[in-house]
Every structure is written in structure tokens, then in C-alpha cells.
Design a protein around this ligand. Structure first.
Ligand code: ADP
Length: 185
């Protein structure tokens, strides 16, 4: 099963992604985690990504697409994957479709975890990651609405979008996710 997880910053994708990969045996690719690791290790990609991430902006498509191509080449991804935080733009989604078409392994489902902005702001402000200060949070939400939300239309058109209500307890939300994913097992 190949799953994309879309949702604004603070929606709880990371927490739910851990549950999903554990229970469904999927390879977890978080581009945010991969980029943070690259920044920490000061690789060429990390050095490039750092300034964008600090500003709450998206890292350029070609940089992120390179990260994903490399990760999906690995053996681990063959039995299924959860893409978390990728794609985040229409060109990224088109690149992903192309990569997966070449492997004859199209996406099964796109989960959109939906949470209103006021709630996101509250959650992010209490989290305390380096890019979680109010100015940067605002920028990440702007980037989400401007660049990532159009993916909802893109995947609705391809007929694979499923919307998940992201308000409630972690368990309640995970139950909603399982109900949907069990249809694709
Ligand atoms: P969040 O969803 O909470 O913003 P992530 O860990 O997914 O956190 O991403 C953190 C940052 O990493 C983003 O603000 C962005 O700068 C960068 N990033 C992650 N994934 C992508 C992507 N697919 N395209 C561009 N930038 C990305």
C-alpha cells in the first residue's frame, strides 16, 4: 500500500504516521525529518535547506524531489510506504506520479488530515521546535494554504483523496484513519 499524508503543520501527521507505519508495516518517509537530519549533518542538501526551513518557507522542489527519489530507490520502500510531508506542491505531486508510474506502483490513497488554523496555531506554539516561533509558524501556514492545499484538488481529481477530521484525541483520529486504510489493505 502506498499512502500520502497531507495536512497543515501542527495537524498531528507525525504522531499518526508513527501509528500507521507500525500497524501497516509501511516504510515511513518524512521529508521534514530527512531534511532536519541533513541540516544537522551539514550535507550539501542540508546547507541548502537550512535557510528555507528557518524562514518557514518550502525547500525548492528539485532539492526535495532528489531526497525522495533516493529514499524510494531503497529496498525498504518496496512493500509499501507512507509519504509524510511530501508532496507539498503541485510540481512535487507530478514528479511523484512520474516516479511511481515508472515503478508500476501508483498511489493507493491520499489522506488529508484537516484542522482549522486557530487550533494549529495553539498546538504549534506549545511544541517548541526551532521553527515553531509565531512569525515562522505564520509563514508555514501561508506556505501550506498557498502551495500545498492545491494538492487537495489535484488528488480529488485523480479520485484518491480521503479527508480525515483532525480534531479530537490521538486515538479518535487514529480510529478514523484506520477505518479508511483498512479499505486499501
Ligand atoms: P510541518 O509539517 O510541521 O511544517 P515538517 O517536518 O513536515 O513540519 O517540515 C518542516 C520544514 O521542512 C518545512 O517548513 C519545509 O521548510 C521543509 N519541508 C519538508 N518537506 C518539504 C517538501 N516536501 N517540500 C518543501 N519543503 C519541505
Amino acid at each position: 500500500m502506498r499512502v500520502v499524508f497531507v495536512g497543515p503543520p501542527g495537524a498531528g501527521k507525525g504522531t499518526q504516521a508513527e501509528n500507521i507505519v507500525r500497524d501497516y508495516g509501511l516504510y515511513h518517509l518524512s521529508t521534514g525529518d530527512a531534511l532536519r537530519a541533513a541540516v544537522k549533518a551539514q550535507t550539501p542538501i542540508g546547507i541548502k535547506a537550512d535557510e528555507y526551513m528557518k524562514a518557514g518557507a518550502l525547500v525548492p522542489d528539485e532539492v526535495v524531489i532528489g531526497v525522495v527519489v533516493d529514499a524510494l530507490e531503497g529496498e525498504q520502500a518496496k512493500s509499501g510506504c507512507l509519504l509524510d510531508g511530501f508532496p507539498r506542491t503541485i510540481p512535487q505531486a507530478e514528479a511523484l506520479d512520474k516516479i511511481l508510474a515508472e515503478k508500476n506502483a501508483p498511489l493507493d490513497v491520499v489522506l488529508e488530515l484537516s484542522v482549522p488554523d486557530e487550533e494549529l496555531f495553539k498546538r504549534l506554539a506549545s511544541r517548541g521546535r526551532a521553527d515553531d516561533n509565531p512569525e515562522v509558524i505564520k509563514q508555514r501556514l501561508v506556505a501550506y494554504h498557498g502551495q500545498t492545499e492545491p494538492l487537495v484538488g489535484y488528488y480529488t481529481k485523480s479520485g484518491i483523496l480521503r479527508k480525515i477530521d483532525g480534531l479530537g484525541t490521538v486515538e479518535e483520529i487514529y480510529d478514523r484513519i484506520k477505518t479508511v486504510l483498512d479499505e486499501y489493505k
